[in-house]
Design a protein around this ligand. Structure first.
Ligand code: SAM
Length: 359
């Protein structure tokens, strides 16, 4: 049955530039299955209107699991002595890139822990080599760095940068990230956007101390900064971390967050991310794609190392060819299609079109 109040809140949130926090909280807190189904259907409609039916593929290479930080939820944190550490060589990374290009994928995501040993010039040369050999977009995800380093890598040919804020509550952020600075995170985000990276943020759902109100604030922040990419996924406990005994984030709340984020931010690229697949398998990926997501990220990390990038146990990293086949099958089931284009930001396109029309 169509709920009149719910439909008017959905419309209001969709139509307003800055939605009311209370409306977002109302949507995030929905429990009744028929109301939740209406939320997902609306988010799916917004997804179709603003990003279309294509499911974009990004090939991720997790090239090092060394990390200087001690994030309370993350298996890569430097205090986790149970983890065997690795760094891939440039040659191994290029092999992964070649493999993803052969699969028809046109974006590589180079991710690592925040590794102090990452040599900026080595990374610069690697980015140059990738962009000179292959016609693909390069996304970086190596944490909080100086503006100078971000500029260097942008000049070398990198196009995009992922730096999830995880939570926008400064106190919660501080309690989860000892020794890290919320203000420095914001500085990085602003620098990345100012330099011209297509920039991604996102949150983890189910963190200790998080509430519906803080999740609503996260979504308002996503709207305010008009991110090109947003990744929202559940917390998954890792027994080798301080939050190892906490229960996993709720799948339903995660999907509602994805749906509300889609409705508020409209044409942002949003993955059905690995944490969702790890928590809820193929059904979780399908549910996220039905609730507003439009991206999947097959894993092209060198086979012998991929299990060592253990953010949490049971992290799904199936063989990348199987993963692409699985997305093809899912796309067919959803009467959508796999989009093998670069999938650049739709935000800038809109801005460019508006400024061309004004000139
Ligand atoms: N160092 C880079 C950074 O900080 O942006 C990228 C690597 S970081 C390990 C990648 C992402 O893993 C984080 O942004 C976080 O959202 C996710 N992550 C880590 N531990 C997690 C956990 N236990 N549950 C869910 N997501 C987790």
């Amino acid at each position: 049955m169509i709920d009149v109040k719910l439909q008017s809140v959905l419309r209001r949130v969709y139509d307003s530039d800055v939605p009311a926090r209370s409306d977002l909280e109302y949507l995030l807190a929905l429990k009744d299955p028929s109301e939740v189904a209406q939320l997902y259907a609306f988010a799916d409609f917004v997804r179709k209107e603003h990003v279309g039916d294509g499911i974009l593929l990004r090939g991720i290479i997790e090239f090092a699991n060394h990390c200087r930080n001690t994030c309370l939820y993350c298996g890569l944190n430097r205090d986790n002595s149970h983890l065997e550490r690795y760094r891939l060589s440039g040659r191994q990374i290029l092999q992964g890139v070649e493999e993803l290009v052969c699969s028809g994928i046109k974006t590589v995501v180079l991710q690592s822990g925040e590794d102090d040993a990452l040599d900026p010039s080595w990374f610069e040369q690697l980015i140059e080599e990738i962009t000179s050999k292959f016609d693909i977009a390069v996304t970086l995800s190596v944490g909080q760095k100086s503006r100078r380093q971000y500029e260097l890598w942008k000049r070398a040919g990198a196009n995009r940068y992922l730096l999830k804020i995880e939570t926008t509550d400064p106190e919660l952020y501080a309690s989860l990230h000892p020794g890290m600075s919320f203000d420095n995170h914001l500085r990085c985000t602003y620098d990345l956007q100012a330099i011209g990276y297509q920039t991604g943020s996102g949150s983890i759902v189910g963190l200790k101390g998080q509430t519906i109100a803080t999740l609503a604030e996260d979504i308002l922040f996503f709207r305010e900064r008009d991110f090109d990419m947003l990744s929202v996924g559940p917390f998954i406990p890792n027994r080798n971390t301080a939050l190892g005994r906490r229960q996993a984030g709720d799948l339903g709340l995660t999907l509602r967050c994805i749906a509300v984020t889609r409705i508020v931010t409209k044409n942002t690229h949003m993955p059905a991310n690995t944490a969702i697949a790890s928590l809820a398998g193929r059904d979780g990926t399908i549910a996220a794609l039905r609730a507003g997501a439009n991206v999947v990220m097959p894993n092209f990390t060198t086979e012998a190392y991929k299990n060592l990038y253990e953010l949490y146990p049971g992290k799904k990293c199936i063989n990348p060819k199987e993963s692409v086949n699985q997305v093809e099958k899912i796309a067919a089931e959803l009467t959508r299609y796999v989009d093998y284009s670069r999938g650049d930001s739709l935000k800038r396109k809109k801005e460019q079109a508006t400024s061309m029309a004004q000139n």
